[in-house]
Design a protein around this ligand. Sequence first.
Ligand code: XIL
Length: 439
Amino acid sequence: MSILSRREFARQAATFSLATGFGGGFAASSKKKKLVNPAVAVPPPPSITGADSLKAHAEAVGLRVGCAVVPELLDLDGAIGAGTSDRYSQAVAAQADIVVAENAMKWSSLRPSATTYDFSRADKLFTFAGAFGQAVRGHNLCWHEQLPGWFAGFATKGNARELLTEHIRVVAGRYAGRVHSWDVVNEAVNLADGRPDGLRQSPWLELIGPEYLELAFAAAAQADPQAKLTYNDYGIELDTAEQTAKRGQVLMLLRRLHARGVAVQAVGIQSHLQATGPQPGVGLVNFIREVARMGLDVYVTEMDVNTHELDGDAQAQDIAVAEVYRRYLGLVLPEPNVKAVLTWGITDAHSWLNTIQKPWTMRADGTRQRPLPLDDAYEATPAFFAMRSAFDGARQQVVPADITRPNAVPGPVPGVAAPSGEPFAPFAVPGSPEVPPKP
Ligand code: XIL
């Protein structure tokens, strides 16, 4: 056994003990040995590491699985050195074969000033990922949110093109060849802004115009020709009128970019889902197939399940959340261009749904959300097991009984008009906006 594999063994054994609570439970039960009736002794929790991890099950069917990571929380020295007892580091190492920085690679983290860069947290993530053989997603190069404080007073129509392309040249250039996929542009579509092309009225749009997207993708392609260049968005998962319309505009945007030869190679579907209300269905499958026809990969980039509107205790949350994971992954994973699933965090202890206090995160009973595969105590949630089972059946056409799924062969879907060959045609589904004028 090599030193590394011995370490790996020790680390995984420690992860098993800590992540499952098995170690603590064992110690406690051995102390009270005489009081325990073996006939009713609680069996140890199931193994969730090594061959039983999310990544082992995903790898077996050619999928990548992983999570958003807060590099500040990682015990890098321990993890790559003598070993770490830090449960967060252990969980990320044990479960993920792809990671993404939750915040550390956004402009606000990387750009302390208009002329400087701070790569410390991003570098830490790359070092950790490198030590554990994990791929890294880059998130993100161009977004309307989390811009640094200096941005508004500094960026002008005169310097914005240079500011954007220089940032991409430096950041994507630094990690060139080490990035699985870059979210080059994040959340560029917002129907509420009322533009015929569906584009969000973002600072980038205002400063540069709609061509900022092409500019960003071109700069990224030049800086890192190996990364899959991705367009990432949210609110495109459901078959509600609103999300159907947004999904249509995203598809039109992709077609416009594609028709102009812009190097978009993948779509990120954020997948911040709700435990209550309408669930994803046939519209999303159609979308995934449409982008497959354009040669694009699809990544589930930020999955979690929000229970802010769900009544009930922790167990009720767990059942509802796991069911959303089961249905959702059962819906999308049979599509062969879906290549990766990332959850937005690995543990409920650090989920943004528990740290951000907003009307759309806070539960009426004041209890914490349970949106991720590991809970606050690093115990596997039912969602963990739902994910693992979904991977096992991933490439089969196994469909939850209550989801109407189009035939495996791409073709007309009842209620959805067939896509035309016209790249600017609307994604012809009820609620789609009008065709935007050709650029
Ligand atoms: C979120 C982070 O999780 C939070 O910590 C931060 O305060 C705000 O951003 N869509 C995205 C992510 O693309 O970058 C967002 O991450 C969640 C929504």
